[in-house]
Structures are given as C-alpha cells and as structure tokens.
Design a protein around this ligand. Structure first.
Ligand SMILES: Nc1ncnc2c1ncn2[C@@H]1O[C@H](COP(=O)(O)OP(=O)(O)OP(=O)(O)O)[C@@H](O)[C@H]1O
Length: 250
C-alpha cells in the first residue's frame, strides 16, 4: 500500500464559544496523490488543511504526519510575498531560513522560478508582478524546499479563468516531476475534477466528509480532457454531492 503522508483519524475541532466546527473526520493523503477539498463556505475546509499542515491541533482524535514541518509547504490565496524583496530573494528565503548559504539558495530559487516560467522575472518586486505571476512566485517558494506535502488554500480564487487554467496545468506538471502529496481547497467544481485524482466533499454543521469522487486518468491531464465523458461524469457526480451538502447547510 502507498505510504500515507498525512492523515486525520476521528478528528474533531471545537472552538471556544462556537462549539464543534469540525468532525469527526477521517482523511488520509497518500504519497504522490492530488486531492481536492470542496464544500460550502464554513464547512471546515481550511481547518482540515491547517490540521494536515500541523498548524493547528485537534480537540479530539489523531493527526498523523509522515511529512515533517520542513517537508510541508502551504500556499494561500493571497501570495504573501515580502514586498521589499525580489522574486528570486522571496523564493530563496525559506532555504536561507533553513540554513542554506545565500548563494546556493539564490541558485535554487532561480531554478524554481524558471520551472514556473518566471526565469525572466528574477529581479522583479512583488508590486511589479501580475496576480498570476505572484501566485507562480508563491508556488516556486513552496516547492523550492522539495516538500513531501503541499497544501493550497484556494490558490487560484483571485485569478481570471485563463490564468487559472494555465496555472492548474503548471501545478500538475510540477507535482508530477516533484511528487509531493497535494491537497487543495477550491469552490470551483471543474477545477477540482481537472486537477485532482480524488475530490473529497465536505458538508457543514459540523464539518464532515460527505462523499468522495475518484477521477481516473494521468496526473497531467491530456489536451481536451475537459471535453471527455470521464470529466463530464465526474463534474456531475461532484455537483450532485455538493448540492446535497449545500442543502444540509441551508
Ligand atoms: N479560530 C477560530 N475561532 C472560532 N471559530 C473558527 C475559527 N476558525 C474557524 N472557525 C469557524 O469554524 C468553521 C469552519 O471554518 P473554516 O475556515 O475551516 O471553513 P471553510 O470551509 O474553509 O470556509 P470558507 O470556504 O468560507 O473559507 C466556520 O464556521 C468558522 O467560522
């Protein structure tokens, strides 16, 4: 059986004054797999991601993480780049903080930026970057340390459709060559089905796993995948489950 990189077992989260926000939830991420987390607003997707990242502890239940802190990378919707640093220095930062000498960190950052198509924008400051470029820098910064686990919280939500689609392909190509287990939150059903081998649906009140849809096919999707019957059926299945989860939320 493929190794579990991170797992939630019978996990529950209570927030003071709010009661149970999440659980019980069981969710396991295997090495090299791409999982999408979809569900109505407030159903606990970000909380589940923070637990898997080790950024938050559950009230009850167990979080198992084979990927250590230094092997886990998180990308948020807002790129959170340091405005006073160049793109290259931003990407080099996590390596430098981990003790890599500056010259080696800058070389690795150049390679990572080249991989995401920004080899010509090394010296650019964040203010000079478009939203899509800033997200690419964020991705390069997340991947430069060679994480075993990559978590993305609505990474493309602020971007236009064409940029989203280009980035989706880039992320899959990078995931294929670098091999981290990847889990991302999205509100976009087509994006979830396109990018993930497994779409996990959550329902609110408290947040639970409401269902799961597996999508066959290679990690890097072939041209025209969005027009295939496999894609259409998976979108229909996820949309059906999402409607049920939403009805429970209403
Ligand atoms: N630190 C906190 N204190 C109190 N309540 C919280 C805290 N963090 C999250 N919550 C609550 O827990 C529930 C789950 O929140 P979470 O952000 O995980 O949901 P989500 O599915 O990611 O939502 P969205 O899609 O809107 O981003 C929500 O009702 C939220 O208000």
């Amino acid at each position: 059986m493929t190794q579990s990189i991170a797992a939630l077992s019978a996990v529950e989260v209570d927030y003071p004054g709010r009661g149970r926000a999440l659980g019980p939830v069981d969710l396991s991420l295997r090495a090299g797999e791409v999982v999408a987390l979809v569900g109505p607003s407030g159903c606990g997707k970000s909380t589940a991601l923070r637990l898997l990242a080790g950024l938050e502890q559950p009230t009850r239940g167990t979080v198992t993480r084979a990927a250590g802190k230094g092997e886990t990378a998180v990308v948020f919707q807002a790129p959170t780049l340091a405005p006073w640093l160049s793109a290259q220095a931003n990407v080099a930062l996590p390596l430098e903080l981990a003790g890599t000498p500056r010259a080696a960190a800058m070389t690795a950052a150049q390679e990572a930026l080249t991989r995401v198509g920004l080899g010509e924008a090394l010296a650019a400051r964040p203010v000079q970057l478009s939203g899509g470029m800033a997200m690419r820098v964020s991705l390069a910064r997340a991947l430069v340390t060679g994480p075993r686990l990559l978590l993305l919280d609505e990474p493309f939500a602020a971007l236009d459709e064409i940029t989203r689609r280009a980035l989706a392909d880039d992320v899959l190509t990078l995931a294929e060559s670098l091999g981290p287990a990847m889990i991302f939150v999205t509100h976009n059903v087509e994006e979830a089905v396109y990018m993930a081998g497994r779409v996990v649906l959550m329902s609110p009140g408290p947040g639970r796993i409401a269902g799961e849809v597996t999508i066959q096919g290679p990690l890097v999707r072939p041209a025209g995948f969005r027009t295939t019957e496999t894609f259409r059926q998976a979108v229909e299945a996820v949309s059906g489950l999402l409607a049920q989860a939403g009805a429970r939320a209403a």
